[in-house]
Design a protein around this ligand. Structure first.
Ligand code: AMP
Length: 295
């Protein structure tokens, strides 16, 4: 595996079909499963590792974001990466850089409402990665469901010739969605955070039993999360990310909540098979994720 810090040096190493996994580093088993999935779909696997300052609304969150590029490099190499691309802020945002990508309605609700500049930062950095690295295929995790909808919209609108693949949401055996931020939870906070996935799984059972009323499904999750600082619990259409008045098509039940100092997001995507609603609880690990729980 090669480690690069410039777009041009990275492209000079290319061979065949190029796959890109954009990340902000501090890898856990969720990132590794995305690498494994992409490895099968490309010849040259590029894992980018860049804590993108423009997608953080709060300076404190950016400063507290965990980083360990060396460990990340070892894990990426073990999971078949050919190139670990670790650019500087100047490589991604050249001095005087002033161009931004603003995605429309799909970026306005939920995360867009609570973190107003977040998706401009995400769309801008991913556009730069696509333009600078020119991948044929890129993988994103369903953990960030609204991010996938925003980036699919961007790729369609700006005509980027990139296939976007959505990968399963990876959870610890107790249900907690893996996140680089989990490392900042104390053991008591981690226990409290389980109210999120517990609520989503209760809603999943209600959906399987035929419940189609968004208020009741959102109510189930909100009650489970009553002791957390909930930002939102919303049932939205999978493509537009707009609230639905009835669950009758592909949808996402999405939540965001504060647990202590840490803000967590999670969701249940609801797919359909022959007229039957199929809540997707994601990929549940058999063993607790080693990487996401290190203190
Ligand atoms: P991040 O480093 O947090 O920006 O995440 C990089 C990629 O990994 C994004 O596409 C995320 O959606 C994805 N990802 C993060 N956590 C998970 C998870 N628990 N399951 C699946 N994908 C994830």
């Amino acid at each position: 595996m090669e480690v690069t810090d410039s777009f041009a040096d990275t492209r000079a190493l290319y061979d065949g079909r190029i796959g890109l996994l954009p990340t902000m580093g501090y890898f856990h088993e969720g990132h590794l499963s995305l690498m494994d999935m992409l490895r099968e779909r490309c010849d040259t696997l590029v894992v980018s590792n860049f804590v993108n300052p423009t997608q953080f609304d709060k300076e404190a969150d950016l400063v507290a974001y965990p980083r360990d590029v060396e460990r990340d490099g070892e894990l990426a190499a073990e999971h078949g990466a050919d190139i670990h691309f670790v650019p500087s802020v100047e490589e991604v945002y050249p001095p005087g850089s002033s161009t931004e990508v603003t995605v429309g309605a799909v970026a306005l609700g939920m995360e867009g409402k609570y973190r107003p500049s977040h998706f401009v930062g995400v769309a801008t950095v991913v556009a730069k990665l696509f333009a600078g690295l020119r991948p044929d295929v890129a993988v994103f995790g369903k953990k960030d469901a609204q991010q996938i909808a925003v980036l699919k919209g961007m790729v369609t609108d700006l005509r980027f010739p990139v296939d976007i693949v959505a990968a399963p949401l990876v959870r610890d055996p107790d249900g907690l969605a893996l996140s680089s931020r989990n490392v900042r939870l104390t053991p008591a906070e981690r226990e409290a955070a389980l109210a999120i996935s517990r609520g989503l799984f209760q809603a999943a059972m209600q959906i399987e039993a035929g419940e189609r009323d968004p208020d009741r499904l959102e109510g189930t999750v909100s009650r489970s999360m009553a002791k957390l600082g909930t930002d939102y619990v919303e049932l939205v259409a999978a493509d537009t990310m707009e609230p639905v008045s009835m669950l009758d098509g592909p949808a996402v039940l999405a939540v965001a909540a504060h647990v202590g100092e840490v803000r967590l997001i999670d969701n249940l995507s609801i797919e359909w098979d022959n007229g039957r609603a199929k809540p997707d609880r994601g990929m549940i690990l058999e063993e607790p994720g080693r990487l996401g729980t290190l203190h």
